[in-house]
Design a protein around this ligand. Structure first.
Ligand code: SAM
Length: 285
């Protein structure tokens, strides 16, 4: 239990947001706090040293990341209990948003240590603020799973979601994710790809999932990006396999006709849909 006296002698943990690209986005308060604390816990100390050099901040840095979290946590809590003031930062943006930190913060709360957020940039909010989609209700899903099946399963689960969905995505996985989107949510699913926010090549691509597939096949995405999916006005769409199964089982159309129809509706090459139909028939014996 924390006594009044402990409160006076324990330090404070400041959770400080840093820029996601443009260094001018740091706040006055963030610079002041980072200059005043005794120690800064950073995800990558080499990376943060560059930020500190830019702002003339001279503070000792210790690493705090996914791999040393537990060990470091005990050490940092002890230092806070001994009266030192600490700041937590990540490589970019707001700590704990797809970044390490929450366990340290939870331990501080549990130990009665004051935790003070110093708000600032986050790619998620930056993307939403200028995406031009409804933000009344949204769900942040972090990074999509890396494995194709897990990713498709999650997208299937999210299909029909009435809140705007936000994901962090890497440029080398974007094409595969967009292809899944066409198949699972449909060619007409609206998509915003917010790229290189606050940086020189900042871009907001807005279009349908099918248009996004074409654009990023022509010109593969570079840099950092946020994928924003506002709810489709057309409601959830059946995935290609289920839609094909339904048509083939109804028996009104030939395979050729069913394939043509689905390919048009989903904006997919007929050859892919034909292959899918053969695998379906094989599966069903
Ligand atoms: N904590 C950070 C925040 O508050 O946004 C996010 C850290 S997460 C490890 C990094 C991911 O955030 C990137 O892969 C990308 O999806 C997104 N991101 C970070 N900076 C970005 C930027 N300038 N433009 C677009 N996306 C960015």
């Amino acid at each position: 239990m924390t006594t009044m006296q402990d409160k006076e002698t324990t330090g404070t943990l400041y959770v400080v947001a840093t820029p996601i690209g443009n260094l001018e986005d740091i706040t006055y308060r963030a610079v002041r706090i980072l200059s005043e604390v005794d120690l800064v816990a950073a995800e990558d100390t080499r990376h943060s040293r560059k930020l500190f050099a830019h702002f003339g901040i001279q503070k000792p840095l210790v690493s705090y990341h996914d791999h040393n979290e537990q060990k470091r946590q005990e050490e940092l809590v002890k230092r806070l209990q001994a009266g030192e003031n600490l700041a937590l930062i990540s490589d970019a943006g707001t700590p704990c948003i797809a970044d390490p930190g929450y366990r340290l913060i939870a331990s501080c709360h549990a130990a009665g240590i004051t935790v003070v957020p110093i708000p600032g940039p986050s790619a998620l909010i930056t993307a939403l603020s200028a995406a031009g989609v409804s933000t009344e209700r949204f769900a942040f899903e972090g990074y999509l799973p890396q494995k194709a099946k897990a990713r498709a399963d999650l997208l299937r689960k999210l299909n029909g979601e009435q809140r705007t969905l936000v994901f962090y995505e890497t440029p080398h996985r974007l094409a595969a994710t967009l292809a899944d989107l066409v198949e699972i949510m449909g060619a007409e699913q609206p998509v915003v790809v917010a790229r290189e926010l606050t940086k020189m090549y900042e871009e907001f691509f807005r279009g349908t999932a099918a248009e996004a597939v074409a654009r990023f096949a022509r010109e593969p995405a570079r840099g950092e990006l946020v994928l924003v999916l506002p709810p489709s006005t057309q409601g959830p769409q059946m995935n290609v396999r289920d839609a094909l199964r339904k048509l083939l089982n109804e028996g009104d159309l030939s395979r050729r006709e069913a394939v043509k129809l689905i390919a048009r509706e989903y904006g997919l090459p007929s050859s892919d849909v034909y292959r899918e139909s053969l695998s379906l028939t094989e599966e069903e014996g």
